[in-house]
Design a binder for this molecule. Structure first.
Ligand SMILES: *[C@@H]1O[C@H](CO)[C@@H](O)[C@H](O)[C@H]1NC(C)=O
Ligand SMILES: *[C@@H]1O[C@H](CO)[C@@H](O)[C@H](O)[C@H]1NC(C)=O
Ligand SMILES: *[C@@H]1O[C@H](CO)[C@@H](O)[C@H](O)[C@H]1NC(C)=O
Ligand SMILES: *[C@@H]1O[C@H](CO)[C@@H](O)[C@H](O)[C@H]1NC(C)=O
Ligand SMILES: *[C@@H]1O[C@H](CO)[C@@H](O)[C@H](O)[C@H]1NC(C)=O
Ligand SMILES: *[C@@H]1O[C@H](CO)[C@@H](O)[C@H](O)[C@H]1NC(C)=O
Length: 283
């Protein structure tokens, strides 16, 4: 038995439901937008650039961690760094269909992961003054002359210490033989920067090499005690020399008059007695 009221209700329900379904997008357009905005409006070029940037950041990170100690990351990771910078610049510059890739990925939300990673990597590079290792005047960065010169001297000093350490047990001997190259290296290093630690402007690969050399020189070989010997001799000599005038005056004041006086007295007494006796004989 078809109940007309039931039929009416069914039709009503069906009708409202079909309206609901067909007009879903119009009623809630923002829902549709949010659901698809992560894939649809992003130009393919930007996605590709983001992938490249991620790859280059990953390449640099890998290289810099592998070369963290002893610090060689400035010298070893320059290719990765240059690639990383250029991928980031490309990401910033590219505009596709009026949509800039920069606005999609950078400063779009509070986490800002892309910018955070970029700054993190840049921070490592700049904290190490890595740019100072290079000559940037050409199209591609090359190791600067100072860096090459330092590396050469550093290798010489290390070789000297290594070869001489195996042939002789005495660290004094090693110190003596390698003193010349060590002092030259130290002098050159000091000329590179204003403060003697070199943290202000010297490329960290160089700072670390020098730190290691100084540590081997003064702690392991204990070469600094050799330097004390000439100092001690110098101080002793200076002491003796500056004491000489005092000694002279003391000697003049106390010795010569005492010695001279009795001579004069003796002489005059002798003369007197001589004169007396001779005059007595005459008399
Ligand atoms: C990352 O490193 C790999 C392996 O060295 C290399 O094939 C790739 O081209 C590098 N990618 C970028 C973006 O630097
Ligand atoms: C956006 O670029 C694609 C190809 O990259 C093109 O098919 C489309 O017409 C462009 N849209 C606009 C609005 O320029
Ligand atoms: C570095 O050395 C090369 C060759 O020894 C020379 O041609 C170049 O001018 C030097 N660069 C600087 C900045 O002194
Ligand atoms: C010590 O080092 C100097 C400088 O490197 C080298 O000329 C010399 O042959 C070395 N002496 C020995 C015994 O290895
Ligand atoms: C070198 O030192 C070791 C122990 O440190 C000693 O046994 C050896 O005799 C020494 N050799 C020379 C040539 O002094
Ligand atoms: C030099 O090395 C010592 C340890 O050997 C370390 O404590 C110090 O921080 C280093 N200095 C620099 C400038 O890296």
């Amino acid at each position: 038995m078809a109940n007309p009221i039931m039929l009416f209700l069914f039709c009503l329900c069906y009708f409202t439901r079909s309206v609901e379904v067909s007009d879903e997008n119009k009623l809630f357009p923002h829902l549709q937008y949010i659901e698809n905005s992560h894939t649809l409006p992003v130009p393919e070029v930007c996605t590709e650039l983001l992938n490249n940037f991620a790859q280059s950041a990953s390449n640099f990170t890998l290289c810099s961690i592998k070369n963290a100690w002893p610090v060689t990351l400035c010298k070893e990771c320059i290719d990765q760094y240059v690639m990383f910078k250029s991928k980031y610049d490309e990401l910033l510059k590219t505009v596709e269909n009026g949509t800039s890739c920069k606005t999609i990925y950078i400063s779009h939300d509070r986490l800002d992961a892309v910018l955070e990673y970029y700054n993190g990597i840049l921070n490592v590079w700049e904290k190490g003054n890595c740019n100072a290792c290079y000559d940037w005047s050409g199209p591609v960065p090359v190791l600067s002359n100072d860096t090459k010169h330092f590396d050469k001297m550093f290798k010489e000093t290390m070789n000297c210490i290594a070869t001489n350490s195996t042939t002789t047990n005495m660290s004094d001997e090693v110190c003596e033989r390698c003193m010349q190259s060590y002092l030259q290296l130290d002098l050159f290093y000091r000329s590179l920067s204003k403060d003697s630690i070199g943290l202000d402007s010297v490329c960290f690969d160089i700072v670390d090499s020098m730190n290691t050399t100084r540590s081997i020189w003064s702690k392991d070989l204990n070469c600094c005690k050799l330097r004390k010997t000439p100092e001690v001799i110098f101080l002793v000599c200076t002491g003796i020399i500056s004491f000489l005038p005092i000694l002279f005056y003391v000697a003049v004041r106390f010795c010569s008059p005492i010695r001279a006086l009795p001579n004069i007295l003796k002489e005059s007494r002798f003369k007197q007695s001589f004169l007396r006796s001779s005059s007595g004989r005459i008399n």
